[in-house]
Write a protein that binds this ligand. Structure first.
Ligand code: C5P
Length: 294
């Protein structure tokens, strides 16, 4: 958390990557039960907050013009939810969202922005709220908010709120790619063919990129077929990544952002450069994952 001289608190809202995502059931309220191995990229949006005479909100960045700046925005929903819980401390605040993650793209942008807003405002307003309390406040805003509050490798169960952090997990050199498709998560869940899949297999300690890829080969993303049926262009993104000879290619979340894992950061950077050259309009980023203790 960056705390500058003028009192601005600034946080990265990292991309969330579902390395594996199994759909294991459905709750009576319609939400799906998941079992997902999740990491966070070093790349993401940025949320900055500082005290102000009145509440303000501005957006910038590559995708900043594609989002509503009204109360539908998850950043403002997060501010409002925290203020309702701590009305006395919640002084007016200027919030700036720099948006670099594509919208509705399976890498948790909205949930990650909400989580970063909760953390930044909890610090600015000096509220006594631990991560568990922030998760409870954030869960109604998005099922991925609790995991985004962690920002470290984890396994998420339930609808995403039942979280176990993984102490030993390596950096994963990765490329994230999206050809410009936005996908509605509820629509993907609605056209799922199977909702009663087995959970993730038992996970041994994973120390190297090779260990992770060997484990991931036994898993999948159960939302992929449904997402590809709705948006066949995802197949092109998967193929383009596959052509860069990575260790593994998969879609994250409900899509359409796909990721590939490489042996080294240099391999990931070379693959991203190649992909960007042949697809200049795509969102393509070489990054790696945040580790416990980073
Ligand atoms: O909570 P979030 O905004 O991420 O989810 C969007 C929609 O995706 C939900 O309203 C629900 O229809 C569906 N969903 C689900 N099961 C989950 C997460 C999301 O069915 N675990």
């Amino acid at each position: 958390m960056l705390d500058s001289l003028d009192g601005t608190i600034s946080l990265i809202a990292p991309a969330k990557i579902n390395l594996a995502l199994h759909v294991t059931g459905r709750r009576s309220d319609g939400y799906h039960l998941l079992d997902s191995l999740v990491v966070f990229a070093r790349f993401g949006d940025r949320v900055s907050v500082k005290r102000s005479a009145a509440d303000t909100f501005e957006m910038s960045g590559t995708f900043g013009s594609r989002l509503p700046d009204d109360e539908d925005n998850l950043v403002l929903q997060a501010r409002n939810a925290l203020r309702r819980r701590f009305p006395e401390q919640a002084i007016p605040v200027a919030i700036h969202l720099e948006k670099y993650l594509p919208i509705a793209s399976g890498i948790g942008g909205g949930s990650s922005d909400a989580a970063a807003t909760l953390r930044a405002l909890a610090a600015l307003w000096r509220v006594e709220a631990d991560v568990a309390q922030l998760a409870e406040i954030g869960l109604p805003l998005g099922a991925d908010v609790p995991m985004c509050l962690q920002g470290r490798p984890l396994v998420a169960k339930g609808i995403g709120e039942d979280i176990e952090r993984l102490a030993a997990f390596p950096h994963l050199p990765m490329v994230l790619a999206n050809s410009g498709v936005s996908i509605s998560t509820p629509q993907v869940f609605a056209v799922l063919e199977r909702r009663d899949n087995p959970p993730l297999p038992e996970m041994p300690d994973l120390f190297t990129v090779g260990d992770v890829c060997t484990y991931l080969a036994e898993t999948g993303n159960h939302l992929f077929s449904a997402a590809e049926k709705l948006t066949p262009a995802i197949g092109d993104t998967m193929n383009a990544l596959q052509n860069t000879t990575p260790r593994l290619v998969r879609m994250s979340g409900s899509g359409g952002t796909c990721f590939a894992i490489y042996d080294s950061d240099a391999d990931a950077e070379a693959a991203a450069a190649k992909l960007k050259q042949s697809n200049p309009d795509w969102f393509v980023v070489a990054t790696n994952s945040v580790m416990e203790g980073d």
